[in-house]
Design a protein. Structure first.
Length: 301
């Protein structure tokens, strides 16, 4: 069916989610375009809250589908959202974002303007680098000189310059907090063993899969407010380790040559040095474990 599924993957953030739902109900798109909302829950949303959400959304003409998962993990939530979607386009929003009133109408218009695209993404307000920050990210291979490309080490730091864009541009990747795709481009998603829990890099992998069906675009008019509640409830050592390990897997998936792995080593060394003044022992330990994984992957290869 032609329409839009707004999928929100959540876990124990009722206050954030409530704010997000309220922003969806304030859209200026009206009732002429089919829209449904899908909640994929890795936590526990009280029944009374779900009842309130359903009343708010159905009052706008947006039916609500709720699914509570037992197998936790963001990537698995994305897969389930695609399975439950009955529309031909899917917008993934984080539970801690607010979208402006024009967001959905602008998104739909962008798909109309670029009918051959596989997906359209937006920008998080406040996500930006200073001039010196950009220089550091470039030198540490965390971002590319091109806004729409990943860095040599496979990092998505280029999105920190997306706020400078004045027109729609092509991209290799989207930002997981507000990314959308045609369902046909991602309908064959499968579980991935290394994408567990917070699933670092899942948005890069999903974008890569979608691009086999057509180009991806970023529309700078699709700005939303990302409140950035704690991104992961895992401990800092695990988060740091996973950040490196998952990019090793992304390089393998891309069939990257030695330069990609050397760049990732350089990026990881920079991240270790960055944590030294903070004496963030847990993060440093995680990044050092990640360095071993990069070395081992090349030795095994």
């Amino acid at each position: 069916m032609q329409g839009l599924s707004v999928a929100i993957c959540t876990r124990n953030r009722v206050q954030d989610l409530t704010r997000c739902i309220h922003s969806i109900t304030k859209q200026d798109i009206g009732r002429t375009y089919p829209i449904e909302v899908i909640l994929i829950d890795d936590g526990e949303i009280p029944a009374r809250v779900l009842t309130e959400f359903e009343a708010l959304l159905t009052g706008c003409g947006y039916p609500l589908t709720y699914f509570s998962k037992t197998d936790r993990g963001l990537w698995l939530s994305r897969i389930k959202a695609v399975e439950l979607s009955t529309m031909d386009k899917i917008l993934f929003l984080d539970d801690d974002v607010e979208i402006p009133a024009h967001y959905l109408s602008t998104l739909i218009q962008t798909y109309d303007d670029y009918p051959n695209c596989a997906g359209v993404g937006g920008i998080a307000i406040g996500m930006r680098n200073s001039f010196l920050g950009t220089i550091r990210c470039l030198l540490s291979f965390q971002q590319s000189l091109s806004s729409g490309k990943l860095s040599l080490s496979g990092q998505a730091g280029s999105m920190y310059n997306w706020h400078k864009a004045r027109k729609i541009f092509k991209t290799e990747f989207q930002h997981g907090c507000n990314m959308s795709f045609k369902k046909a481009a991602i309908q064959d998603l499968k579980p991935v063993p290394w994408l567990t829990s917070y699933s670092v890099g899942e948005d890069i992998l999903m974008s890569r899969i979608a691009r086999s069906s057509g180009p991806l675009y970023i529309n700078p008019e699709l700005k939303l407010l990302h409140h950035e509640s704690p991104a992961s409830r895992d401990n800092l050592e695990d988060v740091a380790y996973t950040r490196v390990l998952n990019h090793v897997h992304l390089l393998k998936d891309k069939r990257s040559g030695p330069i990609g792995y050397l760049a990732l080593m350089w990026t990881t060394l920079y991240l270790i040095l960055r944590e030294q003044p903070k004496k963030n022992v847990a993060a440093i330990k995680g990044y050092k474990k990640g360095l071993k994984e990069i070395f081992n992957s090349q030795t095994a290869g």
